[in-house]
Structure formats: structure tokens, C-alpha cells
Design a protein around this ligand. Structure first.
Ligand SMILES: NC(=O)c1ccc[n+]([C@@H]2O[C@H](COP(=O)([O-])OP(=O)(O)OC[C@H]3O[C@@H](n4cnc5c(N)ncnc54)[C@H](O)[C@@H]3O)[C@@H](O)[C@H]2O)c1
Length: 256
């Protein structure tokens, strides 16, 4: 697979686990130089170490995307380490059970801070560096519930991901003239640590799992690799005319 990504400098947030880890690995397989950024230092180091062990170029970076100075430091680190920045994947995110009635305000704010504010803050510092290089690509991890959908008991998550999708369109417009493409990927149910955590919070884990399978006509959940493939394509020159788009990768969940 030649996706024109050789020697491109890529930052992936939330790259210590799940979709982000698969994305970091896939970029490295395409020859990119990857900053594996995550809130959890150990998992970022583990993923970067695995990539380097397989002959890829990757370095870990500990970041809290909710904090502006840390988002800026992450971009500075990419520039200092690899000489610039071509691709940013705003993938860090987390889920929370709750309706607007049951959600606690601090937890609500946290969900929005990671997914939405994190996308804003990391992009804010990445864009000038990309512009100086003549362009770049940003891919935001939204969700298939960013469309005309919702899931019960996930009010903050649904709201935050809807906003990520809207922000993607806004950024695509604002930076099209700078040759910076901005797209989002909209996963359906992808088994990862996110669902491991939820599994511990539900009364009937088996019924929970079957409910997840039943959401898609393909009657299965997806893998982090299946989302990574879409993210890498959107970031590559193969997607040179795609900007402001949301690519749904959900086993057909949103059409049934
Ligand atoms: N798994 C799914 O079914 C699914 C569906 C739609 C969208 N998504 C989205 O995909 C993205 C990746 O999710 P995943 O399923 O791989 O989950 P995951 O929990 O395995 O990975 C999320 C990563 O983000 C990191 N993170 C959390 N807060 C952070 C912060 N403040 N700063 C930096 N990193 C932080 C975590 O440490 C973790 O490594 C998320 O944005 C999620 O909302 C997932």
C-alpha cells in the first residue's frame, strides 16, 4: 500500500490505545514519522516502542489535550523531533453514561473538554506549522452518532461528537486556501478499551455485547484497524479532493 505518506510527520492523539494505537501503527507502516501522543505516558511509550521495534519511526509524547500549553508543547515536540508537521489526528476521546438529568456537570465538561476543546487546541497550534510547509491534513475522530442519530444515555458524548463533526466543516472552510484539508471519520461500534470500561458499568455484560452487535446489519462490531485504515486514507494524498467530509465506517449501523 503506497499512500504517499513516506517521511510525513504525523501526530496522533489518544494513540496509546484502541483506534489511536492502530492509526499510529498504520501511519508508521506507510513510512510516516509518528508522534504517539496520549494522556497515559506508559501506553504511549509502549505503542511507540512496538512501532520502533518493527522498524518504524515513532516517539511517545505525554499530553493532556484539554490543556492549551500541553497541546502547544506537543506540536513543538513534533517540530523539534521531526522538523515539521504534516498530519494531525485528533483522536483522543472518552465516553460517559448519563442523560442531561443524571450527568454531573464536571463529568459533562470533561467529555466536551477532551473531544471538542482538545480538537480545537491541538489544531490551533498545528495549523500555523502546516501552513508554513505549504499545507497538511487534519483528521478528527467523530462518531456515527454525529449524524442524525443518538444513543440513549450518552448525552454529553453525543453532543461533543456532533460538535466535532460541525467543527470539522468549519475548519475545512477556514483553511482550504492554506491547502490544509480537514475531515472526520465516523466510527460505529469499535471494540476497544472504551467498551471494556463500559462493560464494567452495566448490569448484564452479555446482553450489552449482543446489543452492540445488533446495532449493525453486519451483526458485528468493528476493529480499531478498520478505522485506522480510513483515517490514514483521509490524511493521505489519495484523498486530495476530500475536505469537510465525514467518512462513516460503521458496518451499516447508520443506514438501518
Ligand atoms: N470505540 C468506539 O466504538 C468508538 C466509536 C465512535 C467514536 N469513537 C472515538 O474514537 C476515539 C478513540 O476511541 P477508542 O475507542 O480507541 O478508545 P480508547 O479508550 O481505547 O482510547 C482513547 C485514548 O484517548 C486517551 N485520552 C483520553 N483523554 C485524553 C486527554 N485528555 N489527552 C490525551 N489523551 C487522552 C486515552 O488515554 C486513550 O488512550 C475517541 O475519540 C472515541 O470517542 C470510538
Amino acid at each position: 500500500m503506497d499512500m504517499f505518506l513516506k517521511d510525513k510527520v504525523v501526530v496522533v492523539t489518544g494513540a496509546g490505545s484502541g483506534i489511536g494505537a492502530a492509526t499510529a501503527r498504520t501511519f508508521a507502516e506507510e513510512g510516516a514519522k509518528v508522534v504517539v501522543a496520549d494522556f497515559v505516558e506508559e501506553t504511549a511509550a509502549k505503542v511507540a516502542g512496538e512501532i520502533a521495534g518493527n522498524g518504524g519511526a515513532a516517539v511517545p509524547f505525554r499530553v493532556d489535550v484539554r490543556v492549551e500549553a500541553e497541546a502547544q508543547a506537543m506540536v513543538d515536540f513534533a517540530v523539534a523531533t521531526y522538523g515539521g508537521l504534516d498530519v494531525l489526528v485528533n483522536n483522543a476521546g472518552k465516553g460517559m453514561l448519563g442523560t442531561v438529568e443524571t450527568a454531573v456537570e464536571s463529568e459533562w465538561n470533561d467529555i466536551v473538554a477532551v473531544s471538542l476543546n482538545g480538537t480545537f487546541l491541538c489544531s490551533k497550534y498545528a495549523i500555523p506549522v502546516m501552513r508554513a510547509r505549504g499545507g497538511g491534513a487534519i483528521v478528527n475522530t467523530a462518531s456515527n452518532i454525529s449524524m442524525a442519530m443518538a444513543i440513549k444515555d450518552r448525552a454529553a458524548y453525543v453532543a461533543a461528537k456532533g460538535a466535532v463533526s460541525a467543527l470539522t466543516r468549519s475548519m475545512a472552510l477556514d483553511f482550504a486556501a492554506d491547502n490544509i484539508r480537514v475531515n472526520s471519520v465516523a466510527p460505529g461500534v469499535i471494540w476497544s478499551n472504551y467498551f471494556d470500561v463500559m462493560l464494567g458499568q452495566v448490569a448484564d455484560p452479555e446482553a450489552f455485547k449482543e446489543g452492540l452487535r445488533a446495532r449493525a446489519p453486519t451483526h458485528r462490531w468493528g476493529t480499531p484497524q478498520e478505522i485506522a485504515n480510513a483515517i490514514v486514507w483521509l490524511a493521505s494524498e489519495r484523498a486530495s479532493y476530500a475536505t469537510g467530509s465525514m467518512m462513516t465506517v460503521d458496518g451499516g449501523s447508520s443506514i438501518w
